[in-house]
Each structure stands twice: as structure tokens, then as C-alpha cells.
Design a protein around this ligand. Structure first.
Ligand code: CIR
Length: 263
């Protein structure tokens, strides 16, 4: 389908969704249940959305889905490249009802395809660096899901590379790309040798969950709670824009999880 059927974007668009009333029933894999304060979570989320706007994104609000506990974590529902939006089949069955509304929103901007239920894949497992698409294979994403993703992306010129990431929920819990050739990572969960020619920047050992950051323009959006790792990122020459992220962290969510950003 010709690209001019779709809306052109002058600035990045961030798709976001309000924290659901039922967030306390969220999926938990590696963490014990803690009380999540809905108002606090929504207030931190609003600060996050303001920061995305400040750093140059146009914001598109997805419909609120109060009966879907994890619906704020929109990242997991789609993988978007300039040519295509691929809706996922989340490994967590409770999350599959989040996908339709994301597809409807993305359809204005990209041709949309949908993974079948032959395999599982969640967007938090997908780290794209230009034409290299690294995909974590663990509890939420399996070989069949990766195979199907590859069948959509390889014809478009992307390399799809499978990565094992140990105990982390998603690949992007274990590492994210800061830009300028630098990968922020937790070496206990991911091996720098799996990423061609990237410079490793390790999180502080006391902050194992401090590897989920978003590069936007000249800034790195980063959880304000992780002071030691922030110092390392700044010492490497990056400008850090801190935002509070502690409440949704109790639901095993990081910063990338709460948006789908398309250029
Ligand atoms: C889940 O377990 O599915 C949610 N409680 C957290 C999802 C976080 N998403 C992400 O890392 N991309």
C-alpha cells in the first residue's frame, strides 16, 4: 500500500493510555505483590506524558480500558517500524484484549498486520537499532512469535536477531539503547557480545532495574529513583531528564512500557 495513504508525522507521536482502575490485578512475574496507589500511579504517569511532550512528542491518548489491568503498558501490544505496524500476540493471555484499540489508532499512520496466535511476542522484548531488530526470547516471547515477526520484517530489510535475557521480564528490562552507539545494560541479564559493536554502559549493581530508558532528541528520559545509574549516564555525556516511575515499577513496568513512539 502506498505510504501517502497514511498521515505524515512532523514530530514523533507517543501513544499512551491512562492507568487502569484495575491495575492492582496486574500480571506479576518476578516481583511480589505490593499495594499500588492508583492516584499516585496516575500522577506519575501524567508527569511522564508531560515529559514526552516536553521532549518533542505529539501525544495520542488511547481509549481507557479499566477492565484490562495492564493496559497502561501499551508498548507490549505493537512493534512499529517506518513501513509497518505489527500487532502482537502477548504471551500473557490476560493482555490480549489490549491489542485492538492500539491497532485502530496505529491504522491512521501505518499499514497494520497482526501476529497470529501460533506464537507469542510482546513489544517489551523488541529493541530496534536502525535495521537491527533484537528480540528477547523468554517467558513472554517465544520462537514461533519471533519467526512470525521475522517473516514481516526481513522482506523490508531488517535483521531479526534472537537474544536470551535470563531473569528479566522483557529484553528492555535488561537493556535499552541510549543512542550514540551506547547500550545501557545489566550484565547479569544480557550479554554485550550479542549486540554488534555497541559500547556497554552498565547500570549500578544496586540498581538492577535501571536499564530501561528512552532517548528522545538530545535527552534520555530516565527514572528519577535510580540516582547511581543516572550519574553513570551523565558521566558518559548524556543529558538526563528524570521522571518519577516508582509506582508503576510495582507492576513490573518501566518507562518504555508506557508508550509506543513512532517517528
Ligand atoms: C506485565 O507483566 O505484563 C505487566 N505487569 C508489566 C509489563 C511491562 N511492560 C514492559 O516491560 N514492556
Amino acid at each position: 500500500m502506498a505510504r501517502d495513504h497514511f498521515l505524515e508525522t512532523a514530530m514523533p507521536i507517543a501513544f499512551v493510555r491512562t492507568v487502569s482502575e484495575s491495575i492492582h490485578n496486574c500480571e506479576l512475574t518476578h516481583m511480589d505483590q505490593e499495594t499500588i496507589d492508583l492516584d499516585h500511579a496516575r500522577s506519575q504517569h501524567a508527569t511522564y506524558v508531560d515529559a514526552l511532550r516536553l521532549l518533542g512528542c505529539e501525544i495520542q491518548q488511547l481509549p481507557q480500558l479499566d477492565h484490562q489491568p495492564d493496559a497502561v503498558f501499551v508498548e507490549d501490544t505493537a512493534v512499529v517500524v517506518p513501513e509497518l505496524a505489527i500487532l502482537t500476540n502477548p504471551g500473557a493471555a490476560s493482555r490480549r484484549g489490549e491489542v485492538d484499540t492500539v491497532g485502530e489508532a496505529l491504522a491512521e499512520f501505518r499499514p497494520v498486520v497482526r501476529l497470529t496466535n501460533d506464537g507469542n511476542l510482546e513489544g517489551g522484548d523488541v529493541l530496534r537499532i536502525e535495521n537491527q531488530v533484537h528480540v528477547g526470547c523468554a517467558s513472554r516471547t517465544n520462537e514461533a512469535g519471533i519467526l512470525e515477526l521475522r517473516s514481516h520484517l526481513e522482506p523490508l530489510g531488517y535483521d531479526v536477531i534472537t537474544i536470551r535475557h535470563g531473569e528479566a521480564l522483557h529484553l528492555k528490562t535488561a537493556c535499552t539503547y541510549l543512542g550514540d552507539g551506547v547500550l545501557l545494560l545489566n550484565r547479569n541479564w544480557v550479554d554485550i557480545e550479542d549486540f554488534d559493536e555497541l559500547e556497554p554502559l552498565e547500570c549500578h549493581p544496586d540498581e538492577p532495574f535501571a536499564c530501561n530508558a528512552i532517548r528522545l532528541g538530545d535527552s534520555v528520559l530516565f527514572p528519577e529513583e535510580f540516582i547511581q545509574t543516572r550519574k553513570r549516564i551523565e558521566a558518559r555525556g548524556f543529558n538526563v531528564h528524570p521522571v518519577p516511575a516508582s509506582e508503576l515499577a510495582k507492576a513490573e513496568g518501566g518507562l518504555t512500557c508506557s508508550s509506543i513512539i513512532i517517528d
